[in-house]
Design a protein around this ligand. Structure first.
Ligand code: DGY
Length: 323
């Protein structure tokens, strides 16, 4: 029996590409060049499965065509706001994602950003590298203490809960959260967390606000000028979720005004473009969407896509079906 034909849109870690080659008639992207909308549509018309990642846009322009041969989009990534699920469903496509395997690494990165921005680690590193450091002194680069402070989580899914665990048990932090679909009281209590009825309630009391909701229309600019202004004076914002959850112009204004202590960002609205106004601020830590970027996790993400494809082509339900 011939192997299913699969198109992978970007480079994957070696071990995951090797497994793909064993199982499927796969077309890999050796140059790692992003594919255009027309190329993505061509892939949907020539393969049985297409494996995009979070930087490929699968909107109606790409998906809404007659004559698609693809039956499944095996997304490499947990977020799927780059896929128009309605357009995919209309064309009969199954869509899967890669939850769980990236939870800890993404939470680790949110912790990294929280610690870096509070303790001025990015700024300090630039200080050393540019030979600006003149030596230890009691008032040099004083930041904010993290241990024992209050962490507010917007969204309380797997990644937020992993961050809550690290912050509560590792750093003695008090945990507040808001989520329209909270986990059971048992899970909440085990993390020493307190549920808040609204994002406003979290924002008003937290020393650090960390965003963990999905991106897309429902959460676009959730952190707008008003909510940023209601954060505690000197509080910090961390975003490892999606860039469009934050109104970037309002964030720059809040940072410039001195109202916020700083921001740690891994994601941006319109990335990879990052506004110059953010790059020139010292009190922000800027990372290039590294949340899941450990070798172990990226291999596990590839293997999880493969599990989903194998299940689908064997006639079983893929475990991570989102559409
Ligand atoms: C995801 O998976 O959605 C992340 O943003 C990248 O790992």
């Amino acid at each position: 029996m011939s192997k299913p034909k699969v198109v992978v849109t970007r480079r994957w870690p070696e071990a995951a590409e090797a497994r793909m080659k064993e199982l499927f008639d796969v077309s890999l992207n050796a140059t790692d060049t992003p594919m255009s909308a027309a190329e993505l549509t061509r892939a949907l018309k020539s393969a049985d499965a297409v494996c995009p990642t979070v930087s490929d846009t699968f909107n109606a322009e790409v998906l809404d065509h007659d004559g698609l041969s693809a039956k499944i989009l095996g997304n490499f990534g947990v977020g799927f706001n780059h896929v128009d699920l309605e357009a995919a469903k209309k064309r009969g496509l199954v869509v899967t994602n890669t939850p769980e395997v990236l939870t800890d690494c993404t939470a680790d990165l949110a912790m990294t950003l929280m610690l870096m921005v509070a303790r001025r680690a990015g700024e300090g590193e630039r200080h050393v590298r540019t030979n600006a450091w003149t030596g230890w002194r009691p008032t040099h680069m004083m930041g904010a203490k993290v241990t024992g402070k209050t962490l507010g989580l917007i969204g309380f899914g797997r990644i937020a809960r992993a961050m809550a665990h690290k912050a509560h048990f590792g750093f003695g932090m008090r945990i507040l959260f808001n989520d329209p679909f909270p986990p059971s009281a048992e899970v909440v209590n085990a993390l020493g967390a307190t549920a808040c009825a609204t994002p406003e309630e979290v924002i008003a009391s937290a020393d650090f606000v960390s965003l963990h909701c999905p991106g897309g229309a429902a959460t676009r600019h959730l952190m707008n000028a008003e909510r940023l202004a209601s954060m505690k004076p000197g509080a910090f914002l961390v975003n490892t979720a999606r860039g469009d959850v934050v109104d970037q112009d309002a964030l720059v204004a809040a940072l410039k005004s001195g109202r916020l202590g700083g921001a740690g960002l891994d994601v941006y609205d319109g990335e990879p473009a990052v506004p110059e106004s953010l790059k020139t601020l010292e009190n922000v830590v800027l990372l290039p969407h590294l949340g899941s970027a450990s070798l172990e996790t990226r291999v596990a993400m590839g293997m999880r896509v493969i599990d989903n494809l194998e299940a689908y082509f064997a006639g079983r339900p893929p475990r991570d079906r989102v559409a």
